[in-house]
Design a protein around this ligand. Structure first.
Ligand code: GDP
Length: 308
């Protein structure tokens, strides 16, 4: 069964890891948010893409969910001694990814081509696509003015109150080559439990993506559990933008293309409101605390879809 997953970073990677455990690799493709990408020390950094790839390659840091395993921090330590700003820490192994990606971008390779090449080197059998090749940096509109995404997320630890988002250049950008056809030819699209505003939001704002999602079966997993985000600012963003942080609010953002939605057992009372939007529901344990949880949730989502 051909499955396409739309994913951000950590929440997305957990779901993708589960799917990779149960689907043959040629049946799973992943489209990854690049709105968080930025340039630091002159290096192009793609946090979500790297989190997904490191996870699929089995070389992700098991404690943080992002960054490399067996990481060392010699470069960061020396940078700190030199008085460098240390709000975004880059490990030594991770740095190699950014160095080589930047070198290839500078010689004119596209981000999709580089990602394909890295996946081969890391022995990743699934297809992984950045959502597009052009940079579309997410700007966070806050009460303290407009901040770049990493400034808001890492440097300011998502404290500023959010008023909205801007995906710079989204109107001119095209989805990576082949993505639209891949979605339209898939048997199922899974919207991972990723931040709806800044991880899934940029992907579905790209020209043609929403329309293609309306043509195929789409099942999502809610990133909001019991009114809270499992991690990160998703719930805080809903509140600050004037919505209640709930699975229902997430479903509303996706309702024009969502056929089924997996919500957590603690949110069982949301089921009726979601069904009333014409979306089927799967109520289950959605918090993935370990790899076995990832596998079980992925299997449940696929089985549920087959039943549908
Ligand atoms: P980021 O780019 O690293 O912030 O990652 P994502 O956008 O992929 O994921 C962030 C979202 O994933 C947050 O809203 C979390 O609530 C959600 N999330 C993370 N882990 C889990 C989990 O185990 N289960 C569910 N249901 N949501 C999760």
């Amino acid at each position: 069964m051909k499955v396409v997953a739309l994913a951000g970073g950590v929440g997305g990677a957990k779901m993708v890891d589960g799917l990779a455990m149960i689907l043959p690799p040629e049946d799973l493709s992943v489209v990854v948010n690049t709105g968080d990408d930025f340039v630091h020390y002159g290096l192009k950094i793609c946090p979500d893409l790297d989190t997904i790839c490191y996870t699929l390659a089995g070389i992700a840091n098991p404690k943080t969910g992002w960054g490399r395993d067996e990481e060392t921090w010699f470069v960061a330590e020396e940078l700190e001694k030199l008085g460098s700003e240390m709000w975004f820490k880059l490990g030594d192994r991770d740095l190699a990814t950014h160095l080589e990606r930047t070198r290839r971008l500078n010689r004119g390779d596209s981000l999709s081509k580089i990602t394909r090449a890295f996946c081969r080197k890391w022995d990743i059998k699934q297809d992984v696509f950045p959502m597009c090749d052009e940079p579309i940096p997410t700007k966070v509109l806050t009460e303290e003015g407009e901040l770049s995404f990493q400034e808001y997320f890492v440097h300011r630890q998502f404290k500023p109150v959010v008023k909205g988002f801007r995906f710079v250049g989204i109107d001119q950008a095209r989805p990576s080559e082949g993505i639209i056809e891949m979605i339209e030819n898939s048997e199922l699209v899974i919207i991972c439990p990723s931040n709806p505003w800044v991880s899934i939001g940029p992907i579905i704002s790209l020209a043609g993506i929403r329309e293609s999602l309306r043509k195929v079966p789409v099942v999502g997993v809610s990133p909001i559990v019991g009114g809270k985000a499992v991690k990160g600012p998703a719930a805080k963003m809903f509140k600050e933008l004037g919505f209640s942080p709930s699975s229902v609010s997430v479903a509303k953002l996706y309702k024009d293309f969502l056929n089924g939605f997996a919500i957590d057992i603690v949110d069982k009372e949301d089921e009726t409101s979601i069904k009333n939007m014409g979306i089927e529901t799967l109520v289950t344990q959605t918090v993935m605390r370990n790899r076995e949880d990832r596998r079980i949730l992925a299997k449940e989502v696929i089985d549920y879809f087959v039943r549908l």
